[in-house]
Each structure stands twice: as C-alpha cells, then as structure tokens.
Design a protein around this ligand. Sequence first.
Ligand code: ATP
Ligand code: SF4
Ligand code: MG
Length: 344
Amino acid sequence: MTILGKTTIDAPSVAAGEPETVLTVEDLRVTFSRGGRLVHAVNGLSYRVRTGRILAIIGESGSGKSVSVRALMGLLPPSAFVTGSAKLGDTELIGRDERSMRRIRGDHVAMVFQDPARSLNPTMSAGAQVVEAIRTHRKTTRKEAADRAVELLKLVRLPAPERRFHEYPHQLSGGMRQRVLIAIALAADPEVLIADEATTALDVTTQAQIMELLVDLQERLGTAIIMISHDIGLAASYAHEVLVMYAGRAVEHAETTTLFGNVRMPYTQALLGAIPQLTTPAHALLAVVGGQPPDLSALGEGCAFRERCPRATEECAVQPSLEMHEPGHRYACWNPTGMGREES
Ligand SMILES: Nc1ncnc2c1ncn2[C@@H]1O[C@H](COP(=O)(O)OP(=O)(O)OP(=O)(O)O)[C@@H](O)[C@H]1O
Ligand code: SF4
Ligand SMILES: [Mg+2]
C-alpha cells in the first residue's frame, strides 16, 4: 500500500499467507510522578499487532488503555517515565526524541481520538485540514494535495466530498467530523491506526457506520487497527482479537471468538457476566464488576484483581504472569474459570 510514494519501515518477513506483525510491544511500562507519588499506569504490557487486523483493547476506566497507546505515539507529558519496547518493524518507538517521533507519528502510526469537534481546527475548512496533513508528510503541490484530499474524503465516505471539502467543522455532523479525522489520520498511509474511543461520542447508528468504515479501510488498505473501546459490544462485533487490561497489565488476550466463547480470567468474566448485553460502556463497568480498581500508586506483589475476585486464593498473593495456557489464548490467572460466560 503506497500513497504519495512513502518509504515504509522494514517489517520482519513472514511465511506467505500469514498476517505480518507490524507492531511488537514488549514489557511496556509507564509511571507518572504525581504529587510526590509514583502512579504505575502501565505495568509490563506486551502484545503484537498484525497487518490487516483489528485488535480491541478493553478494560475499566483507568486501566491504562489510553496511556499505553499514547506512550507508543510519544504523546505523554514529561511527567511520564516510559520503559520497554514498541517496535514498528525494526524501528524502536520508545525513547525517541520528539523530532523523529513527529515523523513517525502520522507517517507510520496515526491516532483518531474520541472528540472530533475538539480535534479539528474550527477556523479551517475540512478539506484544508486534510491538505495540511498531506503536506506535513509529503512533498507535493497544493493541487496534488487537494486532489488527494478529495480522494481521501471519498475513501472515508464523506457524503458530497467536493462540497464538504470547503465546509467548516461546525457545518458537519459528528459522524462527518469523525470521517474527516480518519481521512487526516490516513493522509500519510500509516501502517497502524489507533482509534481511542473514536466512536464513543457518536450515536449508536453513527457508531456502527464509523466502525464499518474502519473495517472496510482495514480490509482495503491492509492497515492494522488498535481499537480502544469502552463498548465491549463493539469490540465483540468488529475486532479480530481482544486484549483485556487491568491495572496497566494485559490479563487476557485471544481471538475474539475464543475469548468471548471461553473466558478464563475472572475479571473478564465479571465484565461480561454482569451485563445482560455486550453493550455496557466501560465507565459503567465499575458498578457491574463491584469494588474499586486498585490504587496505581500502591500496587502490591500479587494479582491486582484479588480484592475483588470471587476466585482468589492464597496463591493470588503472587502476581501470575500472562501465559499462553491454551493455543492462541493468553491469560494471567492462578484459578481460571472453566466454563466461560455460562458460569456467571
Ligand atoms: N498525565 C498524567 N499524570 C498522572 N497520571 C495520569 C496521567 N494520565 C493518566 N494518568 C493515570 O494513568 C492511569 C491510566 O489512565 P488511562 O487514561 O490510560 O486510562 P484508560 O484505561 O484510558 O481509561 P478511560 O477508559 O477512562 O479512558 C489512570 O490512573 C490515570 O489517572
Ligand atoms: S490470579 Fe487469583 S485473584 Fe487474580 S484473577 Fe485469578 S483467581 Fe482472581
Ligand atoms: Mg482512555
């Protein structure tokens, strides 16, 4: 996939037919210094993202979903201390200076945020913002960039793209604004697109349309997508793989059908079992799971879920590591559930 002649970062070679690993995150840790205390927001997160796949990251509010992806993008404040590795092909993203990170951002990894109204510049037309994004990353004439911007607005299925090109964000609906933001994110043809609650601010119908657009783009362009969602139903419907985070760690990770059909981690089961339908947003999950998430500045030795876990035993005083206990199914638990969702 090449738009405007980009040089791509080398990716490890793989056997024909297998999706290529485009991003490898290993032992990612993020600690904030806040009010004289250390807040351990991400605590040894590891996963791979493959070309043309959608990985959903789910978990309660405060579990470290946004911080973990912002760390990859170099978008954390100076109070954040980041260690570990995140490799895009052979290129390490962690520890780069802002200048080289700016080149990677957008060019190779791009992000779409929750609030399209605030993410767009209210004083520029939609088209001008897409043109600006193209010209930031590519040497191109204004005319070429404008043509490419219209192409991108068509690609994201903005209705009447030639006319909307000249309209300002306030003239567009929430769904249209999100389409423009996706066009901006795609301007430099990134290998990985991160959508952090990209549909949360939208009504249910528009949410589904934007998710379908992301699936379509992933299929047509081969872009890998990391989808962070408050909405477990969306993750279940659209993602190929789901990674569940708790207290800054991955606690369960598998193909979507494997995970939801065969939940092993009591925390995942609590997320799912307590809700009648898979549509409860994460900010409401606190109520359904019961108890409070742990204090990230005072995480002890053991499993961070043990205060809330109905299956906790003495062993849980030691943190279980995330292991591939079954083919394609990783989880971190001493006493995994055996019967999936039916058990709750
Ligand atoms: N700049 C910061 N300084 C200190 N702590 C922070 C900062 N940004 C985030 N945190 C803390 O890091 C933890 C993880 O936050 P994060 O935003 O990643 O959660 P999240 O899983 O994305 O939650 P939500 O579902 O609400 O978006 C939280 O405890 C949060 O308070
Ligand atoms: S390790 Fe123990 S406390 Fe943690 S989820 Fe499993 S059973 Fe519960
Ligand atoms: Mg978040």
